[in-house]
Design a protein around this ligand. Structure first.
Ligand code: PLP
Length: 657
């Protein structure tokens, strides 16, 4: 779309100002919370400690390509995990000090948010000084948590629906010296606990997940409220207490837990939920139940679009305000009810992991100016049918664009009727399409100049967005964009000193019309395009999808058999030197066929047998047979994504051991 300011008309100072304003288009300072910036070369940088030290993403991508690791790439920044753990603990510590709260705060990391080893183990290490524990909601998560070594005083919270086996595992974890809290989700889990307690001398602590009247806000509103799938109603909580009291297990009841959903967008919902939960805590305490911990669950939201609003991809509060509200409200109600305040626990997962990873993809534009030039309409070779469309193109201007655009629509229909009846050839049809396209672009240009917001031109702007075919799968790497319309910041990692000229959307590689990204973050609204550059011939164009560290990885699926992407971890040393670690090749074709029940070796034998039979029957030459077989072997050992043949230095890509 030609909305570019003609460069020749610019004074040097205007040009500089324009270049400087490019990062603002993407709102980096709004959503980046200090972790992102643009350097003097116009490259996106990550600042893992929000200080001076930075990592140039283009340099990293080029270095990884030299080592045979192509995009799509998932880049992890473990130091951001360290920062986020310290930030959250710091926020609670400050609030505790400010409001003179007499007890402490201890977080747990919910494994479901991102159970990747690199993430969990880094968080456990970074969390040791802060007594960060783990929260699990299934047997496999508990199995993983069992093998971690967090601070001995940290909590291991078992949520979710449990069977006897889950319960038994939790008892073992307790015997192994972990500070386990089994949170009852249903009354029948009390019986399961008591059965395990009969077999074991040592008994872990218990908690109860309560159903609150208060609901969350945003996409997960249904996780809370009376109709929620989770938690115990008031009657059920009383029944649990009665049963435990009768059998002499009441002293183990140590935690009250609630969780009203993830990404709570409105601070008022958090306040209301904490107020209600504090009241439940205080009343229970008054009944003589020895609760020591109040666990406020997850829900601490993230400002993905930088708008600081209560819209779905944003939040109208900071982590500090969240901590302040929890600490103040619990303290206030406990004073009011004259009960001893609890140790505070939160299960903030999204907030700890979301910033730490970025997905890098290479994009290609479907739009090729050279191709269009070749088939340009030549007015000298008179085609009377096209003359009128050509005249419209020549004469359309800022005063008449509306009328001329409508004329063009009519002409186009007429031209297609002519084609239908056999009066136009393919070359003329191509020219008609091209001329019409140019009229549309001009009309839109004028509509934008005159700030025309009429339906026609809004639709036209949408229709003229350029498709950037991007080397990734939404289903594998960005599932929340597909399922719940979650927005993520998306921007190029280079050319950020060059004003973008195109309005783009991303199309992924999958053969699924849902495999696209066409909603983008903006401070005021949701944009249906992202400003991108024209892709230069022979040069890669890399985009970053930021803030993909929470939920996206583990929920990704294998639609079209696109597999996990290549990964690397990036650290920056004290002297500013960037270290690339933890290279991990994504799924190869051999791996994904295995995921759907095939055995790659067996497939190969079958193929070989078939080829041999063809050679024997004289249908295939021996040399060709060998070429095909070795070719197929090579492909099967490679990435499931498109291969960029420009920059593969060595024949073989790195393999996982
Ligand atoms: C998912 C979940 C969390 C994590 O919530 P975030 O909003 O990501 O912090 C915490 N607790 C429970 C019980 C959950 O199910």
């Amino acid at each position: 779309m030609n909305v570019q300011i003609p460069r020749g008309d610019m004074t040097p100072s205007l040009e500089t100002a324009l270049r400087r304003s490019v990062p603002r288009i993407y709102g980096i300072d709004n959503w980046g919370v200090g972790y992102f910036g643009v350097n003097s070369r116009g490259h996106l940088v990550v600042k893992p400690d929000r200080g001076e030290r930075e990592i140039d993403l283009l340099e990293v991508v080029q270095e990884l390509e030299k080592r045979g690791m192509q995009s799509p790439l998932l880049l992890r920044f473990p130091q951001i995990l360290d920062q986020q753990v310290a930030n959250l603990k710091g926020a609670f510590d400050r609030a505790i000090q400010e409001f003179d709260y007499p007890k402490t705060y201890q977080g747990v990391y919910p494994m479901k948010v991102n159970p990747r080893r690199e993430v969990v183990e880094r968080l456990v290490t970074a969390g040791r000084p802060h007594k960060l524990g783990l929260e699990v909601g299934s047997k496999p998560e508990l199995y993983l948590a069992l093998t971690q070594e967090p601070h001995p005083d940290s909590l291991l919270i078992c949520n979710g629906f449990k069977d006897d086996e889950f319960m038994e595992m939790a008892f073992w974890a307790h015997q192994l010296g972990r500070r386990v809290v089994i949170v009852l989700e249903q009354v029948k889990e009390v019986y399961s606990y008591m059965r395990a307690a009969e077999r074991n001398e040592e008994r872990p602590l218990l908690g109860m997940r309560g159903k609150l009247y208060t609901r969350g806000s945003g996409k997960w509103e249904d996780s809370g409220g009376e109709t929620s799938k989770f938690g115990l109603s008031t009657i059920e909580m009383l029944e649990c207490i009665r049963l435990l009291r009768e059998e002499g297990y009441e002293d183990n009841l140590a935690m009250l837990h609630f969780h009203i959903g993830s990404q709570i967008t409105d601070i008022r919902k958090i306040k209301a939920a904490v107020r209600e939960a504090s009241r439940v805590y205080a009343k229970m305490k008054s009944l003589g139940v020895p609760i020591q911990f109040l666990n406020v669950g997850g829900g601490l939201g993230i400002d993905y679009d930088g708008s600081g609003s209560s819209s779905d991809s944003s939040v109208n509060y900071t982590a500090q305000e969240f901590a302040n509200d929890v600490v103040y409200t619990v303290g206030d109600i406990c004073r009011n009810e004259e009960v001893e305040p609890p140790i505070l626990v939160s299960e903030s997962g999204r907030a700890l992991s979301v910033y730490h990873s970025i997905l890098i993809l290479s994009a290609e534009s479907r739009f090729d100016p050279n191709l269009e030039a070749r088939y340009e309409f030549d007015p000298k070779k008179k085609s009377p049918a096209l003359a009128e469309m050509h005249d419209i193109l020549e004469e359309i201007n800022v005063k008449n664009y509306r009328e001329y655009y409508h004329d063009a629509l009519q002409r186009r229909d007429e031209l297609f009727s002519l084609f239908d009846l056999g009066y136009l050839g393919l070359a003329e049809r191509a020219q008609a399409e091209l001329l019409f396209q140019e009229v549309c672009e001009k009309a839109l240009h004028f509509a934008m100049l005159t700030k025309n917001r009429s339906e026609d031109f809004v639709l036209l702007a949408k229709a003229l967005r350029k498709k950037y075919v991007s080397n990734f799968s939404v289903f594998q790497s960005l599932p929340d964009s597909w399922t719940i319309g979650q927005l993520f910041p998306i921007l190029p990692i280079h050319r950020l000193d060059e004003p973008p000229t195109e309005y783009g959307i991303l199309a992924d590689l999958s053969c699924d019309s849902d495999g696209k990204v066409d909603s983008f973050v903006d401070i005021k609204t949701i944009k249906d395009f992202v400003e991108l550059h024209a892709v230069l011939p022979g040069e890669p164009y890399y985009l970053a999808i930021c803030m993909v560290g929470a939920y996206q990885e583990v929920m990704g699926s294998f639609h079209n058999l696109f597999g996990r992407v290549n990964e690397a971890q990036l650290l920056v040393d004290d002297d500013g030197k960037v270290r690339i670690e933890g290279l991990h090749a994504g799924h190869r074709i051999r791996d994904v066929v295995h995921l759907v029940g095939y055995d790659a070796d067996q497939l190969r034998s079958r193929l070989q047998a078939r080829i041999e039979a063809q050679v024997e029957a004289g249908e295939l030459l021996r040399e060709d047979a060998d070429l095909i077989l070795s070719g197929v072997d090579k492909c099967a050992a490679r990435s499931t994504y498109l291969r960029d043949h420009r920059n593969i230095p060595q024949e073989e890509e790195p393999q996982n051991p």
